[in-house]
Design a protein around this ligand. Structure first.
Ligand code: GTP
Ligand code: MG
Length: 206
């Protein structure tokens, strides 16, 4: 059995429902009251991904209030994927997703320098007073390099597990392609003559 450890960030403006999303996903509950996150909150969820694979998710629920944003570089370290969330009833929370994505692209990179996989989640789709259209979300998602976007309602438990499955699937695919790029003894072009000799001096390829 292989166990993958995945650090996933959850970012977006304050009050969009990030903590509610994590609680719903991990504990299955929904709280109506808003309780501001201070700095960052952590949760863990174990997924039985397949007969041979488990995925241990470390969810980093990052505070959206502006006073905490200076800490993001520290929080982003080692992350393999990200949820960027906005509230469909708040156009400013949607517009600010551009800043969140740019912040991630500058501070949270894969070892090969590429951006980490990000999914865009449009929360609170249970509310009637929606102000952000599907067309503008679609355009924004494509233009800003998101894997995809999904409409969710944490309150009504709509698309929560589905959204996380899409993200985890993409992270696994990206990690596996990165692993394949790592040189191995048998397919390395420049194999040192004493590659398997653990007593020899000099560089080894593995
Ligand atoms: N109607 C509706 N309300 C929601 C939904 N998800 C979250 N909320 C409400 O939105 C408010 C804010 O939710 P939080 O999860 O605390 O927001 P947050 O993004 O973590 O905010 P910060 O910690 O300040 O960054 C709470 O009152 C939630 O009950 C949803 O799907 N529908
Ligand atoms: Mg929160």
């Amino acid at each position: 059995m292989t166990e993958h450890l995945m650090k996933i960030l959850v970012v977006g403006d304050w009050n969009v429902g990030k903590s509610s999303f994590v609680h719903r996903y991990v504990n299955g509950h929904f709280n109506k009251a808003y309780k501001m996150t201070v700095g960052v909150d952590f949760s863990v969820k174990l997924l039985h991904w397949s007969d041979k694979e488990k995925v241990r998710l470390q969810l980093w629920d990052i505070a959206g209030q502006e006073r905490f944003i200076s800490m993001t570089r520290i929080y982003y370290k080692g992350a393999l994927g990200c949820v960027v969330m906005f509230d469909v009833t708040s156009s400013s929370s949607f517009l600010n997703c551009r800043h969140w994505k740019q912040d991630l692209d500058h501070k949270a990179m894969l070892p090969n320098g590429n951006s980490i996989p990000c999914i865009l989640l449009a929360n609170k789709c249970d509310l009637a007073q929606r102000v952000v259209s599907a067309e503008s979300i679609n355009r924004f998602s494509k233009a800003n390099g998101f894997i995809t976007w999904i409409e969710i309602s944490v309150k009504e438990n709509k698309n929560i597990g589905e959204a996380m499955r899409v993200l985890v699937q993409e992270i696994l695919a990206v990690q596996s392609s990165l692993d394949q790029l790592q040189p191995k003894c048998e397919d390395s072009v420049n194999i040192p003559p004493d590659c398997d000799d653990h007593n020899s001096r000099g560089a080894r390829c593995c």
